[in-house]
Design a protein around this ligand. Structure first.
Ligand code: ATP
Ligand code: MG
Length: 251
């Protein structure tokens, strides 16, 4: 593993069901992810995106293959150590926001920190900083029913961000949002990758979001159909097409 590689998955195989009823879903995938990058995973419904994301995020144990997160072979940890590892290093964001109806935005974000043993004043301070970062300074005291879908998802991002995760996993974080809020959320995830050096892996259906990502992985029937670096590729293309300095005219 080189220094910047933060996620290493090898020969992942997974299926659901037993015997004749078994449906294979992932067919021996190997992937690496790097710190500071937002990667998007796309593919048709049923192609295995959520299964792969759950395996990469240490939420689902693959039937075979290995996952190393930040140099730790996570499935060799005890259940308790894995839970601790996830708590300290991983953040998760889901389509449905998963907010508590009775809590204000700042309380939603502070709660996991309190559970983690942080003092109340420190938890609230960190929660406010996190909400500031996602542009919700003016919405901190509102409950989910008083927030728009895009704002709710930004609260969920602030909650994940408050724990300073090195690895952030998001499954369809924009699918309940209109396209402009979807772009805001993806741009925010990219900013988190760049400014915090986090590894951000996001499943999405929306091809328009590709311009915000460092990398797009296409899954097809549990295999990698394509793995591209759109931003760098377009930067390289831009460099190649730069006009050359015209030669000095001969005198
Ligand atoms: N817990 C489960 N039990 C049985 N089959 C499952 C389970 N979870 C997923 N599957 C099946 O595995 C396949 C891949 O599912 P997965 O959720 O990974 O796909 P996906 O690419 O995320 O799809 P979508 O875009 O619809 O969310 C599907 O055929 C699905 O029916
Ligand atoms: Mg899915």
């Amino acid at each position: 593993m080189n220094l910047a590689t933060s996620v290493t998955a090898r020969d992942l195989q997974h299926g659901y069901g037993e015997g004749f009823a078994r449906t294979p879903v992932l067919h021996g995938l190997s992937l690496d992810f790097r710190a500071g990058e937002l990667s998007l995973m796309m593919g048709a419904s049923g192609s295995g995106k959520s299964t792969l994301l759950a395996i990469l995020g240490g939420l689902l144990r693959p039937q075979s293959g290995t996952v190393e997160l930040l140099g730790t072979a996570i499935w060799q940890l005890s259940a308790r150590d894995l839970e601790r590892f996830r708590f300290h290093n991983c953040g998760y964001i889901f389509q449905g926001f998963n907010l508590f109806p009775a809590l204000s935005a700042v309380e939603q974000v502070a709660l996991p920190l309190l559970f983690g043993g942080e003092r109340e004043s420190q938890s609230l301070k960190r929660a406010r900083e996190s909400l500031d970062e996602v542009g919700l300074t003016a919405r901190m005291t509102l409950r989910p029913a008083q927030l728009s879908g895009g704002e709710k998802q930004r609260v969920a991002i602030a909650r994940a961000l408050a724990g300073s995760p090195k690895l952030l996993f998001a499954d369809e974080p924009t699918s309940a949002l209109d396209s402009s809020n979807g772009e805001i959320v993806i741009a925010l995830l990219q900013k988190i990758a760049r400014e915090h050096g986090a590894t951000v892996i996001t499943v999405t259906h929306d091809p328009h979001l590709g311009k915000h990502a460092e990398r797009i992985i296409h899954l097809q029937d549990g295999r990698i159909a394509d793995d591209a670096l759109p931003v760098r590729a377009s930067r390289a293309a831009a460099l190649i097409s730069l006009p050359l300095t015209p030669p000095e005219p001969l005198s």
